[in-house]
Write a protein that binds this ligand. Structure first.
Ligand SMILES: Nc1ncnc2c1ncn2[C@@H]1O[C@H](COP(=O)(O)OP(=O)(O)OP(=O)(O)O)[C@@H](O)[C@H]1O
Ligand SMILES: [Mg+2]
Length: 441
């Protein structure tokens, strides 16, 4: 059996001994009461407790700004005050965003249930008849302060979580922007170089093409002249006869035009190459254009030709009948470049052991889409790496060789075209990228 006095003392000690539960929270009390004698009594009740920071406001007109300034964890408020109706002051506390959540205990001499109900209806959290017992007052102050602190902590956690999410988003954006910047830099560097080379070869080609016409005419006239000489002077001097014996005039006359013709074919080819280089390097226009996807792929292959030849990769083209599509041509060429150079890189790993090929196929899909697939018979990609394939900076290549941006940029470009890009791969069998693009944007 526990005696009444023991029970009491155990309650007292429980109140003293619950620091872990309560007093770790800061407790700041604001009392609003026009009677300074009440202010003094409450101060005395709380003054033993050094964990409670007590503030008193005797002028209800200053109560809200004071609460804003000291940010109490609980407000004690008188109900009947001459200057202002207590319920009105309560409304003011609740209407202010800085004080609306602070627990408010009504401290009143009035005990009518209707008044209590009105106070609760407006937003009071508790109601005590003054002057309350010290123990009860402290218990309630702590109880409400703790609830308020928990509420704050929860909303702080929510805010912290929101910040963390925002931070993560910003970080991701930053990474994408960084990737784009690096790639744009690479792209415009490559584009400018290609444009520069195209320009430089273009001038000498023009000399050759322009003069070849005249050379052909001159040669024709010289051959005619020789023929006239031969007709008019069939008897040759020994010097002319010696020279004629030493050379094969008949063969020369027959072969010279053919030689000139093949030179013309060569310069035409050079012209095509310059055109392809220019096509590739069309440093991007802000507007979309209609362009031939196959021309884009071909000009990209041309740029990669030395690697394709050196490695001995066979390119198998299975081009379908495609209309021109609305696109940013240089950007699409960049996609083809990124995918094809990955395929060539991958094939380099198997070049010792097998015949390497890249199959490029295209077809019209549902009359509004074109599908382009680029497939290699390289080593393939593991399931684990497939998941990270399009991530910025994901690379399996040694430092200095790969930045891990090729496919993430390709994906961004395809998305900008409202298209899709997918990868399929089987270990040891090879990898296939399938791009779908709308014909019209
Ligand atoms: N055809 C392919 N066959 C095998 N692996 C591939 C193929 N294409 C891409 N990969 C893998 O995907 C990774 C990422 O490719 P991505 O083009 O994004 O970057 P990268 O080629 O490593 O570097 P970067 O293109 O920036 O120079 C590559 O490192 C490679 O491991
Ligand atoms: Mg790459």
């Amino acid at each position: 059996m526990v005696s009444a006095s023991e029970r009491f003392s155990s309650t007292e000690s429980a109140l003293r001994d619950t620091p872990s539960a309560f007093s770790e929270y800061p407790v700041t009390v604001l009392l609003v009461d026009d009677q300074s004698v009440v202010g003094e009594s409450v101060r005395q009740m709380l003054e033993d407790d050094d964990k409670i920071d007590f503030h008193y406001c005797h002028d209800p007109a200053r109560a809200v700004p004071m609460a804003e300034a000291i940010a109490p964890t609980v407000i004690l408020q008188d109900l009947v005050m001459p200057q202002i109706d207590g319920l009105e002051l309560l409304r003011l506390f609740r209407a202010n965003p800085n004080t609306c959540e602070i627990p408010l205990i009504m401290l009143s001499a009035r005990d009518e249930p209707e008044i209590k109900a009105a106070a609760f209806a407006i937003g009071a959290n508790d109601y005590l008849i003054k002057l309350p017992d010290r123990i009860e007052l402290v218990a309630r102050i702590r109880y409400h302060s703790r609830a308020y602190n928990n509420l704050q902590a929860r909303s702080d956690a929510v805010i912290a979580q929101t910040y963390a999410q925002q931070l993560e988003q910003t970080l991701q954006q930053l990474q994408t922007t960084q990737a784009q910047l690096i790639q744009t830099e690479k792209l415009s560097g490559l584009g400018q170089m290609v444009a520069g080379v195209a320009h430089e070869i273009n001038n000498p080609i023009n000399f050759v093409v322009g003069n070849l016409k005249y050379v052909t005419g001159y040669v024709q006239e010289l051959i005619e002249l020789v023929q006239i000489y031969q007709e008019d002077y069939p008897e040759h001097t020994p010097r002319v006869q010696n020279h004629l014996d030493a050379m094969d005039l008949e063969f020369l006359v027959e072969d010279l035009p053919k030689t000139l013709n093949s030179m013309a074919v060569g310069t035409d080819r050079l012209n095509d190459i310059v055109l392809a280089l220019r096509n590739f390097s069309r440093l991007d226009q802000a507007e979309t254009q209609t362009a031939d996807v196959h021309a884009g792929i071909d000009s990209t292959l041309l740029l990669l030709n030395h690697r394709i030849k050196k490695q001995g990769v066979e390119i198998i083209k299975q081009y379908g009948d495609l209309p021109q599509i609305e696109c940013y041509p240089a950007q699409l060429n960049q996609v083809f470049m990124n995918i094809l150079s990955n395929a060539i890189d991958a094939l380099a790993e198997v070049m010792e052991t097998q015949k390497q090929h890249i199959t490029i196929a295209s077809q019209l899909k549902k009359s509004r889409w074109v599908e382009i697939s680029i497939q290699d018979n390289g080593p393939g990609i593991s399931a684990e790496n497939m998941e990270k394939l399009f991530d910025s900076f994901f690379t399996t290549k040694p430092v200095g060789k790969g930045t891990g941006l090729g496919l993430s940029i390709a994906q961004q470009i395809i998305e900008r075209h409202n298209g899709t890009i997918e990868a399929f791969s089987e270990k040891e069998k090879g990898t296939k990228f399938v791009i779908c693009l709308p014909i019209e944007q």
